[in-house]
Design a protein around this ligand. Structure first.
Ligand SMILES: [Zn+2]
Length: 430
C-alpha cells in the first residue's frame, strides 16, 4: 500500500534543539517530526480525565557528524521515570529472552559467587532474578520507585537512583566494581549519554564486560518503526555510532549480536580499550553492512519523514474504510509505542472503542492524549470486536497465538507497522 512520491513545499522545518548529546556538533537535520505528544507512559486516571495534559514536541534530529538520531530533552526525566507503568515481567517472551541471556552471560564470562553483576534500569528484576538463582551477587539500579519496590520484594537488591559517573564513583569507593554491567533498553533513555557511559567505564573491572541492548536504527528505518520514537527515548543508535561513543570513553566494542526483540535490536559487548580480548569478526561485518545501507550519510536519515507520513495516510484510510463498514475495532496492548502512533495519527475513540492490556496498573486508566479507555484482556471475549489493532507489533506472534480464539466470531487482527496488514486467525495453521 505505498503511494507515490510526496510533494512538499516546506523546506526543512527543523527547529534547532542545540548540540548533539554525544559529540557536541550542531543539530541541523530533521529525522522526523511527529508533532506534539504527551509523555507516552503517562496513563491518565479516570479522576484526571478532564484535566489539562502536558504536550511536548516529538521532533527527532540526526547529527551529521556521529549520526546519532536524537530528541531534545523536552520532558524532565523525573517527570517520566518516577512512576513508570512498564513492568517487564508482564511480557512472557521478554522474560524468556532475559533467562537465555543470563545463561549465556554466565558461561561466556565465567561468572560465579565471586563475581558482581550490575544491571542499570533493572525494572522489576525480571532479568536479575535468574542470576539470583545461580547465587551470583547482583545489584539492580532502577530510578522508578514503584517498579524498584517490586524487585526488592522479590529479594533483588535494588538502588533507587539515576546512574551516572557520580554514582559509579561512589560504588567504587565502597569497593564495588562490576564484572558485568547490563544495560537493556536503557541507553536510549539516558539524557546525559556521556555521563552515563563515563559511569560504566568507572564501574567496570579491568577484565569486565558491558552488554547493552537497544533497538537498531537500521531496522527502525527499514521497517518504518516510527512509533518507537517517544519522549522517553532520547537516542537511536547504529553500531557506527556506538563505536564512536565507545572510543570517546576509552572503551571498545568486541562483539555484537542481532536480536529479534523490540522489532530488531543489537546487543553490543564492550570492554576497556586496553583489554586484549579478540574482536569477533561479526563486528566489522555489521559495520560494513551499515555503510552499505548508507547509515554514514545524512541523506539516508532525512528521507525517513516522507515514509512516515505515507504510513499515517495508509493507516487512516484503512480505519476509515472499516468504520464506514460499521466494524468495531479495539486495540490490544497499550505500550508506549502505541501512544506515539495513536497521537501522531490522531486515532481516538472515534476509531477504537477501548484498549486492553495485561498490566493491571493500566486498567481503568486512559491512554495519554487520545484518552482511549484501557480494560482487562477479558473485555475482548465479552464484546467480540471485529478487528483488533495490535499496538505492540513486536509481540504480534505471541498475541495472535494467545488470542486466536477471536476467529470464532470472525474477528481479525490488524498490524499497523511496517504497513497496514490484516491477519485472519482462521487462515493460520493450528
Ligand atoms: Zn553527534
Amino acid at each position: 500500500m505505498s503511494g507515490g512520491t510526496e510533494r512538499s513545499f516546506s523546506v526543512d522545518n527543523a527547529r534547532n534543539i542545540g548540540l548533539c548529546r554525544l559529540c557536541g556538533a550542531p543539530l541541523e537535520h530533521t529525522f522526523v517530526d511527529l508533532g506534539m505528544s504527551p509523555p507516552c507512559e503517562s496513563f491518565v486516571p479516570a479522576a484526571a480525565v478532564n484535566n489539562m495534559e502536558p504536550y511536548y514536541p516529538l521532533h527527532a534530529f540526526v547529527c551529521s557528524e556521529c549520526f546519532l538520531v536524537q530528541l531534545g530533552e523536552y520532558v524532565a526525566p523525573e517527570e517520566i521515570f518516577e512512576e513508570y507503568a512498564y513492568f517487564s515481567s508482564y511480557s512472557d517472551s521478554w522474560v524468556a529472552h532475559a533467562k537465555r541471556y543470563c545463561q549465556l552471560a554466565t558461561e561466556r564470562l565465567s561468572l560465579d559467587r565471586d563475581s558482581f553483576v550490575v544491571e542499570i534500569a533493572s525494572n522489576d528484576g525480571y532479568l536479575l532474578q535468574h542470576f539470583l538463582e545461580k547465587d551470583i551477587p547482583i545489584l539492580g539500579i532502577e530510578p522508578a520507585i514503584n517498579v524498584a519496590k517490586v524487585a526488592v520484594e522479590k529479594g533483588i537488591p535494588t538502588l533507587t537512583d539515576f546512574f551516572g559517573k557520580a554514582l559509579a564513583k561512589q560504588m567504587v569507593a565502597e569497593g564495588r566494581q562490576a564484572d558485568l554491567i547490563i544495560g537493556n533498553n536503557v541507553l536510549a533513555q539516558v539524557p546525559d549519554l556521556n555521563d552515563f557511559v563515563a559511569g560504566m567505564k568507572v564501574l567496570l573491572k579491568p577484565s569486565g564486560a558491558i552488554t547493552l541492548e537497544f533497538p537498531h536504527i537500521a531496522r527502525l528505518i527499514e521497517e518504518n518503526q516510527f512509533d518507537t520514537i517517544y519522549h522517553e527515548h532520547f537516542s537511536y543508535f547504529s553500531l557506527l555510532t556506538i563505536e564512536k561513543m565507545a572510543e570517546r570513553h576509552g572503551l571498545k566494542v568486541f562483539d555484537v549480536e542481532e536480536l529479534p526483540t523490540h522489532g530488531g535490536s543489537l546487543r553490543v559487548y564492550l570492554t576497556h580499550a586496553a583489554n586484549a580480548i579478540r574482536r569477533e569478526p561479526r563486528v566489522d561485518a555489521l559495520l560494513e553492512r551499515e555503510r552499505e545501507c548508507k547509515l554514514d550519510r545524512v541523506e539516508t536519515y532525512t528521507a525517513f519523514a516522507a515514509a512516515v507520513r505515507q504510513t499515517k495516510r495508509n493507516l487512516l484510510s484503512f480505519l476509515i474504510r472499516l468504520k464506514e463498514m460499521r466494524k468495531s475495532i479495539c486495540a490490544y496492548g497499550a505500550p508506549g509505542k502505541g501512544n506515539t502512533l495513536l497521537n501522531y495519527c490522531g486515532i481516538g475513540t472515534d476509531f477504537i472503542d477501548f484498549a486492553v492490556d495485561r498490566n493491571p496498573y493500566k486498567h481503568g486508566r486512559f491512554t495519554p492524549g487520545m484518552h482511549i479507555p484501557i480494560k482487562p484482556v477479558s473485555e475482548i471475549e465479552r464484546t467480540k470486536p471485529d478487528y483488533i489493532l495490535i499496538l505492540p507489533w513486536n509481540l504480534k506472534n505471541e498475541i495472535v497465538s494467545q488470542m486466536k480464539g477471536i476467529g470464532e466470531w470472525g474477528g481479525k487482527f490488524v498490524v499497523p507497522i511496517p504497513d497496514v496488514s490484516v491477519i485472519d486467525p482462521k487462515e493460520l495453521g493450528q
